[in-house]
Design a protein around this ligand. Structure first.
Ligand SMILES: Nc1ncnc2c1ncn2[C@@H]1O[C@H](COP(=O)(O)OP(=O)(O)OP(=O)(O)O)[C@@H](O)[C@H]1O
Length: 880
């Protein structure tokens, strides 16, 4: 900021400088001085002199010529250009080439130096200051003496001049060097050159110490003025030769050698003395001139000082003005800042007001909105309440009307029904009457016809007619009496019929009660028989099985309870030679011999099927080795499954008159390799589709995901269902028999009954399971799929045994390992306390199977010895 002000004020300052007449004149004088020729009369003329006093009045003597310049008044302006030294040097360099003004201007630059008038006085003054210091008059002679001709000549400076000794020896004015210098002054005076040129040409002590820098530090034109007369040295008197110790004098002659001639030497000394005196006089004159010059310079200095003071005052004024302007500027800036601040504050106020207004508007809007919303909500609420009331009223009205209508219609229906019944009865009675009347009429018509014939006959026989008429009259009287009797008989029959109906209803009610009692008693009987029962069935030998291959079996109580079997081992010869067989007696709930048919077997299990209808979970499974007759017993055409379904249908139909309606749903699944397959589904999905078993623990129900459920509406459907399952199994295995031997099939029949009279409901499940062959399969020889099948079969059968054993322990809340196999998990709710279980242990009569037969019978005995807790019926009594 200050620099800018300074830059702005500088031209003004400079503009004042040229107004000073002295400075303007000084420029021209400097310019002229560079030409080496001072105009005549310049010493007395003030136009020349102003350049020097400035140097003499410099308040800051400088160490060197180049540095001393900033001490001058004029140079202070240039110090701001930061190139003063360089400008000085460049000007020094330009001294010889003369176009100093242009070079200097170029060096300083246009801005730093507006006009070329200013630097010239500075340069001249600066240069002169070096050479014309205040001591200058006193040292001028010494300088000449010390420097001798060498320093003045420049080129010979520093040389070991042969004449230097004479200078030291002389040490007096009037030496040749002094003479030459005096000669220069005289020449200058004669040429009208100002003495200042002489003064300026004298080298300063510094120049003498560093002679090599003299041409650079003192390049001013005045020096050239001083030297220029030297170039015209022919006018200068010759320098006398002196005898020195270095003079080579080879011979000595008083007559010829003038140096040793005393007279000559005195003469010469006189001449020299005279010359010196002349020079002294001249110097005195010169000193007088110099004093005048000094006076002139002093006056000039005073003038310049005044000018400087004026400039200083102007500068001060300008500074004051500048300061005031700065103050004004500061004030203006401050005012501007205040104005901006005020404006900002005003803007903030306006914005704040706007914000407040917007906020208040928003609040008002919000309040208005809330008010409108609440009003609308109230209106809606009122409308809702109003409409709701109207709707409720309308609803109640309609309900009342509907109730009335319903009551009316019910009454009308009942009335109509009664009327209809009465009418029907009347019609029936009338029909009967009509039929009787018709019969009577027919008879009467026939009688009349006969009578007419008789009358015709009697008319011919008039005697007999009267008697006939009397007979007829008697007959008519008799018939009229029979009609009344008939009417009375009809009424009696009707009464009897009504009595019979009432009796029938009473009997039906009694039957229902008896049915409920029967169920209860039936269940008690089943419980007494045990919730898990074991039946043993021995299949007959087949045609292709020779008698020798049959293992003998005995049935000791076949004619009584039929619970025992004695499996006899192979013939063994004792040490005495007697043949004997080992007895393996087993006892079960029932033993069926080889001659037993499926119908007889079913008679025994039909009670369990009835239990399923009564709402119990029933599980009947066949256990035994391959070929022992499991499938024959369970799934053959007259096997347990079709028979059970037939019985259920028959029983369900019989129960209908007792108020029961049953629905039956069937699933048929296969557990193969611990995977569930849907035997009623798509056969291509066997072993591929995954089915999950889900248990409803609260209801004790089991379901399977993505399973095909068939509604069994007729007993005939079971046959096709079994065929489909068998066909699907055939697709899944190259040999269906092999597949059935290595998988468990489970037929699940869900029975749901509803008694619309008593409101009872029952949900029972009948599971008919055909297990895989129980023969002990060796793991050693099996590989691949066969090994996997073997492992899974063994695991599942073993799990079944474990579950039954765990159930037999009867611990409440004890762990039952249902999850150990898919089969036991699937049958979780059909094995245990809430179910009735029947196990068929199937026995092959073949001796070859004896070992497996004994194993199966031992396993069955374990199961038989297991007691499972009381079953619970899945029935509900009507709530209302
Ligand atoms: N009580 C029986 N009366 C007549 N034949 C029977 C009897 N029991 C089984 N059979 C016959 O014995 C053969 C084998 O019976 P079945 O296929 O039922 O045995 P399985 O134990 O089911 O064999 P797998 O475990 O291989 O299925 C069949 O031909 C079957 O007809």
């Amino acid at each position: 900021m200050e620099d800018e002000n300074m830059a702005q004020t500088r031209p003004a300052t400079r503009s004042r400088i040229p107004q000073v007449g002295g400075l303007r004149e000084m420029n021209s004088a400097s310019a002229n001085s560079r030409s080496g020729i001072m105009p005549p009369g310049t010493i007395v003329n003030k136009t020349v002199s102003p350049t020097r006093p400035r140097t003499f009045t410099s308040p800051e003597p400088k160490k060197s010529a180049s540095v001393s310049r900033p001490g001058s008044a004029a140079s202070r302006q240039h110090t701001r250009g930061n190139s003063f030294a360089s400008s000085t040097i460049s000007r020094s360099g330009s001294t010889a080439s003369r176009p100093a003004t242009n070079n200097f201007s170029a060096t300083m630059g246009h801005n730093s130096r507006a006009t070329s008038a200013m630097p010239r006085p500075q340069t001249s003054l600066g240069t002169r200051r070096l050479g014309n210091s205040i001591q200058r008059p006193a040292t001028s002679l010494d300088t000449h003496i010390e420097d001798g001709a060498g320093s003045i000549l420049g080129k010979r400076k520093g040389e070991q001049h042969p004449r230097s000794l004479s200078i030291f020896l002389s040490g007096l004015p009037g030496s040749s060097q002094n003479n030459s210098r005096i000669g220069d002054a005289q020449w200058s005076q004669s040429q009208g050159v100002a003495p200042v040129g002489i003064g300026l040409s004298t080298a300063s002590p510094v120049q003498r110490v560093q002679p090599s820098k003299v041409p650079i530090l003192t390049p001013s034109k005045p020096c050239e003025i001083a030297h220029s007369p030297r170039t015209r040295s022919p006018k200068r008197p010759p320098i006398p030769l002196f005898l020195t110790k270095n003079s080579h004098v080879t011979s000595f002659d008083h007559n010829t050698d003038t140096e040793w001639n005393q007279d000559n030497r005195e003469k010469q000394m006189d001449e020299m003395f005279n010359k010196i005196m002349a020079r002294v006089n001249e110097q005195g004159h010169e000193a007088t001139g110099l004093k005048d010059t000094v006076e002139i310079y002093k006056s000039r200095i005073a003038e310049l000082e005044r000018a400087r003071d004026g400039l200083g005052e102007a500068n001060v004024n300008l500074r004051v003005e500048l300061e005031s302007l700065k103050g004004q500027l500061t004030l203006a800036e401050k005012a501007l800042a205040d104005a901006r601040r005020d404006q900002d504050i005003a803007m903030d106020d306006v914005e704040g007001r706007h914000r407040i207004e917007i906020a208040s508007i928003n609040q008002e809007n919000q309040k208005e909105k809330e008010r409108l919303v609440s009003r609308h909500e109230d209106e809606i609420h009122n409308l809702k309440r109003k409409f709701q009331g109207e709707v409720e009223d309308e609803k109640a009205k309609r309900v009342r009307e509907l109730g009335n209508l319903t009551t009316q219609s019910t009454m009308d229906i009942q009335k109509s029904q009664l009327e209809l019944n009465n009418k029907e009865r009347e019609i029936a009675a009338l029909k009967n009457d009509l039929d009787a009347m018709k019969a009577d009429g027919d008879r009467e018509r026939k009688t009349v016809h006969d009578l007419r014939q008789n009358l015709d006959t009697a008319s011919s026989n008039s005697v007999t007619l009267e008697s006939t008429i009397r007979a007829l009259k008697a007959r008519i009287e008799f018939l009229e009496g029979g009609r009344e009797e008939q009417s009375q008989a009809f009424e009696r029959c009707n009464q009897e019929m009504m009595d019979a109906l009432a009796e029938t209803d009473a009997i039906k009610e009694k039957l229902r009660k008896e049915e409920t009692m029967r169920r209860k008693l039936h269940n008690q009987v089943q419980e007494l028989k045990g919730n898990i029962r074991v039946f043993c069935r021995v299949r007959p030998s087949l045609r292709n099985e020779p008698a020798s291959s049959i293992s003998p079996m005995q049935y000791p109580d076949e004619s009584e309870d039929a619970k025992e079997i004695n499996v006899m081992g192979p013939e063994e010869k004792s040490s005495l030679g007697t043949l004997s067989r080992k007895n393996n007696p087993f006892s079960f709930d029932r033993v069926f011999g080889p001659s037993t048919q499926n119908a007889e077997v079913f008679d025994e299990i039909s009670q369990l099927v009835q239990s399923a209808l009564d709402g119990y979970n029933v599980c009947i499974f066949c256990y035994g080795q391959t070929g022992s007759g499991k499938t024959h017993t369970m799934s053959s055409q007259d096997g347990m499954i079709p028979r059970a379904v037939h019985q259920i249908y028959q029983t369900a139909q019989g129960l209908e008159e007792k108020g029961w309606r049953y629905t039956m749903e069937g699933n048929f699944v296969e557990v193969y390799n611990e995977n569930l397959n849907d035997l009623l589904g798509n056969p291509d999905e066997l072993d591929k589709k995954k089915h999950e078993i889900r248990h409803d623990m609260q209801r004790g129900k089991t379901s399977i995901t993505d399973i095909t459920t068939v509604q069994l509406d007729s007993p005939e459907m079971v046959e096709s269902l079994l065929k489909n399952a068998d066909a699907n199994r055939s697709v899944a295995a190259t040999k269906a028999n092999e597949r059935s031997s290595r998988s468990h099939s489970v037929f699940i029949l869900k029975l749901t009954g509803q008694n619309h009279v008593t409101g009872e409901r029952s949900e029972g499940t009948l599971n008919l399971v055909d297990l895989a062959g129980s023969e002990r399969l060796s793991h050693s020889g099996a590989t691949g799929d066969r090994l996997k099948e073997t492992q899974n079969i063994n695991r599942s059968l073993s799990s079944l045994g474990d579950v039954i054993a765990a159930l037999g322990q009867g611990k409440d809340g004890g762990h039952i390992p249902y999850r150990n196999s898919k089969l036991t998990y699937l049958l979780q709710f059909s094995l245990g306390g809430n179910s009735k279980t029947l196990m068929f242990v199937m026995v092959s009569p073949l001796q070859a199977h004896l070992s497996e037969t004994l194993t199966s019978l031992k396993f069955a005995t374990k199961v038989h010895n297991t007691h499972i807790g009381t079953a619970k019926r899945q029935a509900r009594v009507r709530d209302s």
